[in-house]
Write a protein that binds this ligand. Sequence first.
Ligand SMILES: NC(=O)c1ccc[n+]([C@@H]2O[C@H](COP(=O)([O-])OP(=O)(O)OC[C@H]3O[C@@H](n4cnc5c(N)ncnc54)[C@H](OP(=O)(O)O)[C@@H]3O)[C@@H](O)[C@H]2O)c1
Length: 229
Amino acid sequence: MNDSRTIVLTGVSRGLGRAMTEGFIERGRTVAGCCRSASAVKQLRKKFPAPHRFDAVDVADDAQVKAWAAAVLDELGPPDLLINNAAIINANSPLWKVSAGDFSRVVDVNLKGTFHVLRHFVPAMVRRRRGVIVNFSSGWGRSTSPEVATYCATKWAIEGLTRALAEELPQGMAAVPLNPGVINTEMLQSCFGADASAYPSPQEWARRAVPLLLKLRDKDNGRALTVPP
Ligand SMILES: NC(=O)c1ccc[n+]([C@@H]2O[C@H](COP(=O)([O-])OP(=O)(O)OC[C@H]3O[C@@H](n4cnc5c(N)ncnc54)[C@H](OP(=O)(O)O)[C@@H]3O)[C@@H](O)[C@H]2O)c1
């Protein structure tokens, strides 16, 4: 177990982000999380009061992320673990039938949102020359399927962005792309339909993923990782 005390995590309202939030807090870590849903933020604040903090932030909006990062860094200092988990998927469709607006939105959240979070949190981590960055990729960041080309494009981009970032970080830090596996969340239900129920719940997944995340350290820099099934 490493000494990751403070964890910044995006996409905490449901799915994997919510399950990680609970898993980290159960293990004594402090979580600063965000999502867009104001009602989820309200509920999380009630269930997990300070030192944890939860904020309504759209990661696609650089100005919102900037304000959030400033507040979190001021209150909790640089994170030991920064997790870019928030993402969306396009409704199943051949690429040429995806609207320009829908394509842009997936890129804005999955790719630009990750970049916004990195650009506002990583400078403080680099100054301290410590901390691990995990950018959520996907099986579809390393392979492809029909009808999810837009999503695949963003997750392949996350792999490249993260591995290049890993080459830029000072010694003592790490950046890794992580394929979480296949988990029964709203996102999976969107692309798999009823078949999603054959896969593990986010809570079952978190029992494997949270210890793995807490064990990451500088020696893992640049490794493309997968949560084992
Ligand atoms: N489930 C799987 O099988 C699977 C497989 C491979 C990869 N992944 C990856 O794992 C991560 C989590 O996926 P999931 O299955 O847990 O998805 P999910 O159930 O749909 O949850 C997505 C989370 O991201 C948040 N979010 C979406 N857009 C946002 C935005 N613009 N700003 C801030 N937060 C935003 C959502 O909250 P709000 O709607 O409240 O903003 C929600 O908390 C994603 O990166 C996904 O690509 C999942």
